[in-house]
Design a protein around this ligand. Structure first.
Ligand SMILES: NC(=O)c1ccc[n+]([C@@H]2O[C@H](COP(=O)([O-])OP(=O)(O)OC[C@H]3O[C@@H](n4cnc5c(N)ncnc54)[C@H](OP(=O)(O)O)[C@@H]3O)[C@@H](O)[C@H]2O)c1
Length: 275
């Protein structure tokens, strides 16, 4: 007879943890296999109403007999020290710890949990809140293949999942997809601003910019053509788009050198924050 699957322990059911939890339950994960630790009374109350899910104020309240399969660490990085203190007792061969906290390294978790704890470090992004995120993850040597694929399956509840071989790449991932949504939102703002400068009413300029960026993203997602080809498809020789792209694609002052600088600055900052 198969043993019952190990429960999932979610530490922090805020924006990100809550989005993941919604994704898991929407995908028919058994609610009675989910244990939440959440000190925020309002957030706790939201989940206490969900049949089957166990909700605790602190991990100290969880019965000694509980051995989670995966512990998802979804608290703010500055709360992590406190969150980990009562979790050391869960370290063991059957339990993997999956962190989505920005800047918290595998070495940090090994130090706070145990040197041989199984650690999965993941970097999701905010579109995860609508199930359209992308998460990159890496693992330490203590994570088994089965634990890694179980972790990846959990992350897949909120979007695409990719694995990176080296933890050193997580800073670059953070700079591209972690922070990337802000670059895209800023693109909406600047396109709207440029439209207003060209004489459009501000509200109309924002509506046009917003729909253009969202629609283009959707087209890129659904099309089997690469972004470069989709761009070429819009660009008639000698037309309006080409005139704009000559500015945007200027090798010295265009978007490419600017984006490289922006991503390099984010990567550098991610490295500093990780210590
Ligand atoms: N949001 C994003 O776009 C994003 C993207 C990538 C990665 N992340 C990572 O995801 C993590 C969570 O971010 P978030 O935006 O979801 O934060 P959040 O909304 O503040 O959620 C964190 C939750 O954890 C609770 N909490 C605090 N201390 C705890 C403890 N000791 N044990 C259990 N729960 C505790 C918080 O309660 P209180 O409200 O009472 O503090 C809050 O409800 C962060 O580490 C962040 O770096 C977030």
């Amino acid at each position: 007879m198969n043993a019952a699957p190990r429960p999932l322990l979610l530490i922090g059911a805020g924006k990100m943890g809550g989005a993941m939890l919604t994704g898991w339950l929407d995908r028919n994960m058994a609610a009675d296999g989910v244990i939440i630790v959440e000190p925020n009374p309002a957030t706790r109350a939201d989940w206490q109403g969900r049949a089957g899910v166990s909700v605790y104020h602190s991990a100290d309240e969880i019965a000694d007999t509980v051995i989670p399969g995966t512990v998802i660490l979804a608290v703010k990085p500055q709360m992590m020290d406190d969150a980990l203190a009562p979790l050391q007792r869960f370290v063991g061969p059957e339990t993997a710890f999956l962190s989505i906290a920005a800047g918290k390294t595998i070495a940090y978790f090994e130090q706070h949990l145990a040197a041989d704890a199984a650690i999965i470090r993941a970097m999701p992004n905010t579109p995860s809140a609508v199930g359209r995120g992308i998460t990159a993850y890496c693992t330490n040597a203590a994570v088994s293949a089965a634990q890694a694929s179980a972790g990846a399956a959990l992350l897949a509840a909120v979007g695409e999942v990719v694995v990176v071989d080296s933890e050193a790449l997580i800073d670059a991932v953070t700079a591209v997809s972690g922070s990337g949504p802000a670059y895209v939102f800023y693109l909406i703002e600047t396109l709207a601003d440029a439209g207003a400068s060209a004489g459009l009413p501000a509200e109309l300029a924002m509506q046009l910019a917003h729909a253009t960026v969202c629609g283009s993203g959707e087209l890129a997602r659904l099309s089997d053509q690469p972004a470069s080809q989709l761009r070429i498809n819009v660009t008639s020789p000698g037309g309006t788009t080409q005139a704009a792209l000559e500015v945007l694609m200027d090798p010295d002052t265009g978007l490419q050198p600017l984006m490289r600088r922006a991503v390099a600055a984010a990567e550098q900052r991610a490295r500093e924050l990780a210590g």
